[in-house]
Structure formats: C-alpha cells, structure tokens
Design a binder for this molecule. Structure first.
Ligand SMILES: O=P(O)(O)OC[C@H]1O[C@H](O[C@H]2O[C@H](CO)[C@@H](O)[C@H](O)[C@H]2O)[C@H](O)[C@@H](O)[C@@H]1O
Length: 263
C-alpha cells in the first residue's frame, strides 16, 4: 500500500492565498472527521476549538460565507455544531436535502416517505438486534446502520441484512457508505448539489470545500478549476490538497481567516 501524500507547507500556503483573494469566498465544510474528530457516540461529536474559532472569524470576515455540509439531519447538525440563534454559518443537512440559512426560523422540510421510513427503520432495528456493536440511527429521510463498535464479521453480517431489506422494499432509495456507517435515504440530493446551491445563493467566485469521506467526494468532484478542494486524512480522493487530520485543517482555516480579515 502506498503512503498517503499530504500537501507540502508551500502547497497549503498557495491554497490559502488563492482562497483569500476571492471576491466572495464560500467556505463549505463537512463536519464529522473534518471539523470534529470521530467518536463512538455520534451526538457527543464536537468541533475542535481551533476549528470553531477559525469558522467564527471567517464568518465575520468581509464577503465570506461559511457553511457546514453534512450527512447529519439538520436538527442534529444544529445541536452538535452548537448553533447560536444569531449564527452566521449556513447549515446543509441530510447530505444536501435540507438547509438552514442565517436569520431563518424554520429548520426543515417534511418527509413525504415518512411511513415507509418509519417501517424500514423499525425493521432494520429488529434485524440488527443481537449483532454486537451494530445499531440504527434514525434520520429524517431514511436511516443509517452504525458499525464502529462491531467486529468486522458482525459489521458485514449486519450490512448484508440491511442491504437485502432495502433492496427488497425501497430499491429506489440512495445507498451511501461512510466511516463505519451504511446509510439509505429516500432523497437523492448530494453534497455536490448542496455546494452548488450555496455558491449560487451567495454569488461566490471561489469555493473551499473540505471533507474526509466518500460522500464528500461528490462535492470535491463538483468543484471548478479556481476552487480549493481539500481531503482530510487518507482514502481515495479527487481533491487537489490533502491534510492529515481535523487539527491540520483547523490550522489551515485559521490562516485563511487571518488572510481574509487582512491581518
Ligand atoms: O457528512 P458528515 O458530517 O461527515 O456526517 C457523516 C455521518 O456522521 C455521523 O457518523 C460518523 O461520525 C460519528 C461520530 O464521530 C461516528 O461515530 C460514526 O462512526 C461515523 O460514521 C452521523 O452519525 C451520521 O448520521 C452522518 O451521516
């Protein structure tokens, strides 16, 4: 297996400089594994303090928009990102199927497929009962099978059962894999459409997007030549830049915040 090649300090400086010189900059970021280290209990995940500070400063900088673009439901994303009522950070949840914009009151849309979602979620829960370390997360447009705490054989067993259920009952649902998670959703939006929508909404000429996971590659693939795509950690990626972990990304965002504020 070849070693992962991280971007050199000069490469990082070049990316920061390019993003900082945008007329209007959109900084769109995945949450889990990108701003917040991965943890066993999803609702206890929190941004690194350095990442939080950088985002706060970026959101206050002129002609700069910050957004979190996550697979989390909007409700969970608001909670774990500790959104304040006057937050200037846009949220895109459920992989781009729901949005919250600063100043808005209502959080999200209803799910037309709620009956099917509830039925399949309950059946999925029954199917993984007794599989150690496997559990089902309820999501607005579907559900996710978590296997972070399961051994590999149990994880594969649980995934095979859930795959069979959805193939039989909801073959039109979108299937996604992630960090020890297998997710299904009735909605097919992706992080690519979320970034596109945010870019148009704020009129950004440059987008910075960073992510650590397969679903983030949708957004990274959708970036243009003038944008800055960053992969956090290992794994295959189309991103032009790569940093080792959430701490390294937080440092890069801190430098971008300084440059954008003209410091
Ligand atoms: O798009 P993201 O913001 O990266 O969200 C992807 C999924 O994140 C959560 O699961 C992942 O993070 C958990 C907390 O660190 C971890 O326990 C789990 O193994 C990871 O898969 C979340 O629970 C999912 O709903 C998101 O889709």
């Amino acid at each position: 297996m070849s070693a992962v090649a991280y971007t050199t300090p000069d490469g990082i400086a070049e990316a920061v400089e390019r993003a900082a010189s945008a007329r209007h900059l959109l900084v769109a970021l995945d949450f889990d594994g990108t701003l917040a280290p991965l943890v066993d209990e999803p609702m206890s995940a929190r941004m690194l303090p350095a990442a939080r500070e950088a985002l706060t400063r970026l959101a206050q900088a002129p002609e700069t928009t910050v957004a979190l673009v996550s697979g989390r439901t909007l409700e969970h994303l608001a909670e774990i990102s500790e959104r304040e009522p006057d937050s200037r950070i846009h949220l895109a949840g459920s992989h781009g199927a729901e949005f919250w914009h600063p100043g808005a009151r209502a959080d999200s849309e209803s799910d037309d497929d709620a009956a099917l979602r509830d039925d399949l979620t309950a059946r999925a829960e029954q199917m993984v009962e007794g599989i150690a370390g496997a559990w089902i997360e309820h999501k607005r447009f579907g559900f996710g099978l978590h296997t972070r705490l399961a051994d590999r054989t149990s994880a594969a067993d649980a995934a095979a059962r859930i795959d069979e259920l959805v193939r039989a009952e909801a073959p039109m649902w979108r299937r996604r894999t992630g960090q020890d998670i297998l997710e299904f959703a009735s909605r097919h939006e992706g992080k690519d459409s979320a970034v596109r929508s945010l870019r148009e909404r704020v009129g950004a000429d440059v987008v910075v997007f960073a992510g650590d996971d397969v679903t983030d590659e949708d957004a990274l693939r959708s970036l243009g030549a003038g944008d800055v795509g960053i992969r956090v950690g290992g794994g295959e990626s189309v991103a032009a830049y790569r940093v080792p972990d959430a701490a390294a990304l937080a440092e890069m965002l801190g430098r971008l915040a300084e440059a954008r504020a003209g410091e």
